[in-house]
Design a protein around this ligand. Structure first.
Ligand code: PLP
Length: 398
């Protein structure tokens, strides 16, 4: 049972006692070890100096994170990606790991709420100036550039109004002005869109959402095209402890095996649900990227092709009372502010993600009390459409 490298420290608490096996497991083993023991200081040197591959301490990296990162790297068409403890940890690692006091960055005005908050409340406190601009309007982006601007952060499809960014225009602008273009690809996923093929310098994800897909882990991923930049992001993440748990990485890898199947199925159902909603009495408008009545239909077709992704937004007539009746009647759908789960979830921006805004400001963004965002899951399409038919009818009966 012992090999040369195994010890016979019979009196020690942790002798090495894994049974030998000529065959190997087909499932990635879960490696919760925080520390890794080396044989000699020379071996440790060779690891630290990059002459040998090995782990030392889990905050700096562990096998489950590396296996998961390599899978997402392959999907995004890059290598050397880093798994972080959440999607926001990935956003933070990029913004705080790359920018310094005196720099300025521009964000899309429709970013994920916490990304906006990091830009509004935290970066300025550290001497990093920020501005917001509409990602559908490249001239507005250009107008926001200052001499000290270093970075632009966008999402390709915005939450919750599903606007499609002018990716080509922004990529050309970033290139011309020498700015780093960072794309949060959580909504579109690499199955819908691969930002590195369209000029992105850094791509990041909330793995929590569609990639892991089961609402049971919180994780992120980030990769920079440039190795030195990726090293800078990695060092910041390790120093500040934005580390993922091995068990979460293991679960996310398990979820990722079915990601393609889940995404295609949810997308097909989302397209059918969007069309069904558009025909229901009391529905004022439906937003779905492949529908010809989408405000950015031409750009969506150019960037996403026939991919519409799994998110649908719609607006019903009536105020809060109609909204209450709708969620109450949609008992089979979780009214919960997340996305990308195997089950369909319904969110109401006016009472959740955008509750901080005044009613007028929300109205200007097209998010009235009757506005909903649906993250479509894996239910039978007909059953889901029947659920929404009932719920919309209930909302109009009040
Ligand atoms: C959820 C989300 C995040 C944050 O991810 P967490 O894993 O919740 O920290 C960032 N960007 C987008 C677009 C998201 O949907």
């Amino acid at each position: 049972m012992t090999t040369d490298r195994k010890n016979d420290w019979g009196t020690l608490i942790r002798p090495e006692m894994l049974p030998d096996s000529l065959s190997r497991p087909v499932v990635t083993p879960l490696s919760p070890s925080v520390v890794y023991a080396s044989l000699t200081p020379d071996e440790l040197d060779s690891q630290y100096e990059g002459r040998a591959q090995g782990y030392t301490y889990a905050r700096e990296g562990h096998p489950n994170a590396d296996v998961l990162a390599a899978r997402i790297d392959a999907m995004e068409g890059c290598d050397g990606g880093l798994i972080t403890g959440s999607g926001m940890a990935a956003v933070t690692a990029v913004l705080m790991g790359v920018l310094k006091a005196g720099d300025h960055m521009i964000g899309s005005d429709q970013l994920y709420g916490r990304s906006l908050r990091l830009m509004r409340d935290d970066l300025p406190r550290l001497g990093i100036a920020t501005s917001l601009a509409d990602p559908c309007d490249v001239d507005a982006m250009r107008a926001a550039i200052r001499p000290e601007t270093r970075m632009i952060l966008i999402e390709v499809v915005s939450n919750p109004t599903l606007r499609v960014a002018d990716m080509a225009g922004i990529a050309a602008l970033a290139c011309e002005a020498g700015l780093l273009l960072v794309v949060d690809n959580t909504f579109t996923t690499p199955r819908g869109f691969r930002p590195f093929d369209h000029g992105a310098d850094i791509v990041l994800h909330s793995v929590t959402k569609l990639l892991a897909g089961h609402s049971d882990v919180t994780l992120g991923w980030v990769c920079a095209r440039d190795d030195a930049l990726q090293k800078q992001i990695y060092d910041f993440a390790v120093t500040t402890g934005l580390t993922p748990s091995p068990f979460d990485c293991w679960l996310a890898e398990r979820g990722l095996h079915t990601f393609g199947l889940r995404f295609d199925r949810a997308e097909m159902t989302a397209a059918a649900l969007a069309d069904a909603l558009a025909g229901m009495a009391g529905v004022k408008r439906v937003l779905y990227p492949t529908r010809t009545d989408h405000p950015d239909a031409a750009r969506a077709a150019e960037l996403l092709g026939t991919r519409g992704c799994n998110m649908v937004s719609f607006e019903v007539e009536g105020g809060r009372a109609a909204a209450n009746a709708l969620t109450e009647a949609a008992r089979g759908v979780a009214f919960a502010p997340t996305l990308g789960d195997v089950g369909t979830t319904l969110s109401h921006p006016a009472s959740s993600s955008h509750r901080g805004l005044s009613a007028e400001a929300r109205e200007a963004l097209g998010m009235s009390e009757g506005f909903f965002r649906v993250s479509v899951g894996l239910e039978e399409p007909d059953a889901l459409i029947a659920e929404f038919t009932r719920a919309v009818a209930a909302s109009q009966a009040v």
